[in-house]
Design a binder for this molecule. Structure first.
Ligand code: TIU
Length: 224
């Protein structure tokens, strides 16, 4: 059986590549660019911007193999009816979800800042999941899309590692998916949180899943 060298041990690939999908979580202007939600929360954006080249490499490889690509966007309807009051009120930021910023209304579907960054723009044949929560399974059609495509294995990437990425990986693991987090294709505004997340996900014999680098993933996929 083909495998990706990974931690805590090799990640067994499915018999058919077509059962493997790439998930790219929330690589949106709102999280990566000045004036967006991440910036409004007072974060340093540079760790998130730094993963873009590796994600471009991984995306190119996955596209060349014809695998399913799933992008997610954290966003809400313009009337914010899908945003719980707790999420709306949380924090002490001057800019809140739904407020106007230099890139349009913060975390609202269809606004310029809510778009995926141009370097990783979805192709017309790729899946885009609009999600109101942190996890990509909550209040979205993701489960039925994965079932329709007979996906069993997920390569997970994106931002932020300990928030939407970790939540999604835990949700996927509970639903029976074999998940590998691509270490250098995920980032947090807090590098120590990224490191802690990587370690906790793969502890106890891969309690939530595996981790590997872009290079390890791409080499294994291209030779298998
Ligand atoms: N604020 C933060 O770290 N993250 C989010 O709110 N969303 C995602 O992680 N995508």
């Amino acid at each position: 059986m083909n495998a990706i060298p990974a931690l805590p041990y090799d990640y067994p690939l499915p018999d058919l590549h077509s059962h493997l999908a790439l998930v790219i979580i929330d690589m949106q202007r709102d999280f990566l660019e000045p004036g967006g939600f991440g910036d409004a929360l007072g974060n340093d954006l540079t760790p998130l911007q730094a993963i873009v080249p590796q994600l471009e490499t991984l995306l190119q490889t996955v596209r060349s193999l014809g695998l399913l690509v799933i992008h997610t966007q954290e966003c809400h309807q313009p009337d914010l009816s899908d945003c719980p009051p707790s999420k709306l009120k949380r924090g002490n930021s001057t800019l809140r979800i739904g407020d106007s910023s230099s890139m349009g209304r913060i975390l609202v579907c269809g606004e310029p800042g809510n778009a995926i960054i141009p370097a990783l723009s979805p192709l017309p044949n790729e899946v885009v999941i609009l999600k109101p929560g942190k996890g990509a399974f909550y209040n979205t059609p993701l489960t039925s899309i994965l079932q329709k495509h007979e996906i069993t294995h997920l390569l997970i990437t994106g931002v932020t590692t300990e928030v939407c990425v970790q939540t999604t990986m835990r949700e996927a693991n509970d639903r029976g998916y074999e998940c590998l987090l691509v270490e250098d294709c995920t980032a947090s505004y807090f590098p120590s949180f990224k490191q802690a997340t990587i370690e906790m996900l793969r502890a106890q014999g891969g309690i939530i899943g595996w981790t590997a680098t872009t290079d390890q993933v791409c080499r294994a996929l291209l030779k298998s």
